[in-house]
Design a protein around this ligand. Structure first.
Ligand code: PEP
Ligand code: MN
Length: 352
């Protein structure tokens, strides 16, 4: 941790891994100071996070300490030199956070689902120079995430980042919020100018999955992490299962293998392999186009002979056979299924 960290420069060139840590909720002055003290011993941690107003799923539970916590955040910032960061959900939160010199704001997953709330926040942030991170909405909907970023763009904000914190899912997964990596990848494709970091704590929901998930996020090119920490995680008033001590955080960060996007050394090897991939992709596209042509001929035949376009038994057996063949070739059965479902849908559309 160092006092000279310049978050605006980081936004312009996010080369250095940004590590944000601190408690899920600011609970007491002592808890915040103890946690911040531990974090101040980790060089990589530049930003102290702390939830002041907590969006809880059910009422009548701890909902954050409110304004007094901002005073403690300010004290921690002055004592340890961190930048401070908190979640804002309504304009009043923005006004208070800025009054107490909070350096960075974030919009939570529950706020980002609601365009009215995001627009209200964008309107009240108009003319501010404060950096704002936008968490993904609870649902795996890239447009909703993008829309929130665009509303902040519209308000003239210059420093906007994205936080991938996983998505709610009706299916059982080992995660609290399944990562669904294709969504942050798609946001990065659409908005390469928006640096994306990963909130592994809310993805995992438990301590055990943090290390592998953080490594995976790095492998997908994350520009930083938000990881919840607490001086006594098991006594935390919110998210006790997923918070870790500053010491565990230090160990976890040390174990991460930080990879580069490009290398000069094996440039030729990589270039040749990429050329090979490009050639294979060409072949794949040609084959898919060829398959569609045959499919259209089948469509003509069905039309002539008054046959239904969708023939469920045939489709079931094609899908099953291809999944088996794919698995025998060492491919992931679920992915093979998805690929063939997309191809089949296109085939059917052409025959309609
Ligand atoms: C949080 O970071 O404490 C939080 C409430 O996160 P999310 O909006 O991702 O649920
Ligand atoms: Mn939390």
């Amino acid at each position: 941790m160092s006092e000279s960290f310049d978050i605006r420069k980081w936004f312009q060139k996010p080369d250095e891994l940004l590590v944000i840590s601190g408690p899920c909720s600011v609970e007491t002055r002592e808890q915040l100071m103890d946690t911040a003290d531990g974090l101040s011993k980790i060089e990589r941690v530049k930003v102290l996070r702390g939830g002041i107003w907590k969006p809880r799923t059910r009422p009548d539970v701890f909902e954050g300490v409110g304004e007094v916590g901002l005073q403690w955040m300010k004290e921690a910032k002055e004592k340890f030199g961190f930048l401070t960061m908190t979640e804002v959900a309504v304009p009043e939160h923005v006004e208070l956070a800025l009054r107490y010199d909070i350096d960075i704001l974030w919009l939570g997953a529950r706020t980002v689902v609601n365009p009215f709330s995001v627009q209200e926040l964008a309107d009240c942030l108009k003319g501010c120079d404060v950096p704002v991170f936008v968490k993904n909405p609870i649902a795996p909907d890239v447009k909703l995430w993008l829309g929130a970023i665009e509303r902040l763009n519209g308000a003239g904000l210059k420093y906007i980042g994205a936080i991938h914190r996983g998505f709610s899912s009706a299916e059982e997964t080992p995660y609290r919020n399944a990562p669904v990596w294709k969504i942050p990848i798609e946001l990065k494709r659409l908005r390469p100018d928006i640096p994306m970091i990963t909130d592994v704590s809310h993805i995992c929901g438990c301590r055990e999955l943090l290390q592998v998930t953080a490594q995976k996020a790095l492998d997908f090119g994350t520009k930083g992490f938000m990881i919840e920490s607490h001086c006594k995680p098991e006594q935390a008033l919110t998210d006790a299962n997923q918070q870790i001590t500053p010491e565990s955080l230090k160990n976890a960060l040390n174990k991460l293998v930080i990879k580069k996007i490009n290398t000069d050394k094996d440039d030729v090897v990589l270039k040749n392999l990429r050329k090979e991939i490009d050639d294979i992709d060409d072949e794949l596209l040609n084959l898919i186009a060829k398959r569609m042509n045959v499919s259209e001929k089948i469509g003509d035949f069905k039309r002539k002979h008054d046959l239904t376009v969708l023939q469920m038994d045939r489709w079931k057996s094609v899908l099953e056979a291809n999944i088996n063949k794919g698995v025998n070739l060492g491919l992931n059965g679920d992915s093979v299924k998805e690929i063939f479902e997309i191809i089949h849908k296109d085939s059917i559309d052409r025959q309609m």
